[in-house]
Design a protein around this ligand. Sequence first.
Ligand code: NAD
Length: 477
Amino acid sequence: MDTNPAINESVVHAEVLVLGGGPGGYTAAFRAADLGKQVVLIERYPALGGVCLNVGCIPSKALLHVAQVIHEVDEFEQHGLSYGKPSFDIDKIRSWKESVSKTLSDGLARLVKQRKVTLIQGTGTFTSSHTIEVKTETGVTTVSFDQAIIAAGSHPTKIPIFPHDDPRLWDSTDALELKEIPKKLLIVGGGIIGLEMATVYHALGSEISVVELMDQIIPGCDNDLVTPLYRRIKKQYQNIWLETRVAAIEKHKDGLKVSFEGKGAPESAIFDAVLVAVGRRPNGKKIGADLAGVNVDEIGYIAVDKQQRTNVPHIFAIGDIVGNPMLAHKATYEGKIAAEVAAGLKAGFDALTIPAVAYTDPEVTWMGLTENQAKQQGIDYDKAVFPWAASGRSLSLGRKEGLTKILCEKETGRILGAGMVGPNAGELIAEAVLALEMGADAEDVGLTIHPHPMLSETFAFAAEMITGSITDLYIKK
Ligand code: NAD
């Protein structure tokens, strides 16, 4: 990363200071610069892009594509297509994955220069409500600022009783390094990170066991949308233990000995590696926020209003550090709001939903109200679930387990929520989000001509099931 030579001076001034160069931070910095502000962006790592681009979304998607290619080839053997047993060059796969991240972070460095944003590489800590100290490789730089946007992210949750000094105990960053393919891999946490990494390592040959505290995998999602994924991985993986937790992990010469407790608890067993993916923690306690007067709660979250302002009116916060869901697309949305408000525009968080996607195989995605939430809130809804077994496109992919579900307000037909499970389902959710944002009802979606044969048709078919105009299925009146 090129840094601006001007930063060697010990004091720099910023009209807008952005702390953290992840998707939220760089978006905020670029938007503020485009609105005419003089911006300083502080990032502790040499590459811009934060967790998402360097040790999260992007490298995981690169590895998940490898897994998808392997699975598709494997599965088409029964339909007459065979390339023989796949062989892996792990070093080459790793360097390809790294090249994808590097292409993107190099692109960001170019955007920084084009926008004349001053980039300082170092770790920033607030020293007052208008100053921050940055420890760089060459010394300390003090930045004074008129306004600041905190975008300092989160880190993986650690379970204190686990032996964190053992290299066989992984977090998501370790798992993405692809140092080795363990014979037996235990994944603690059946959430999105755990299941995405399970997909990768299973395709590369590991024997996978998953242990999940709750009574279903991906607990935030409706059970019917998760079931097709659960059924498929139940056959592929060695074990999926629900309502179970890890009681202890002991270091042994031949692996990590794990004991379990809870409803599904098995006997203790030895694993070659254990990936812990039980959520992430905000970095609010690591940035000297108290010296700036910014309130941070016990966990490390910073509370903000609809304009992303903290309790200190000229300091904003965005992304993982302000709360769940910890998703890049939420952070970028919030980053734009903070930058626009800092530049004097009238902006505020008024998105109706933040979509979620698990890039598993099949992918699982949802947006808006879930059925569980509709029930809890006593909302009167109509529901339709279109089975992908009736989708020509899905069958031509060799897959039939997918579902597209839509929830509509009973009285008006207005879309309240939607979800899909199936190969590439994640690509379909944006249409549902747009429909929700536009206040569309089921008829609007059903009367929108969708190209055939596409998986996106399934959203229109589900809408037609609500209006009663579906012809691709027979539904008894
Ligand atoms: P998560 O909250 O999605 O899942 C953690 C899972 O671990 C939950 O199912 C939880 O019930 C379980 N759990 C918690 N404590 C446990 C314990 N002691 N034993 C067994 N299970 C336990 O968190 P994550 O998967 O670590 O992901 C972290 C964040 O990153 C999330 O906000 C997630 O949305 C985000 N993320 C998103 C994507 C994506 O959008 N595709 C990908 C990766 C991560």
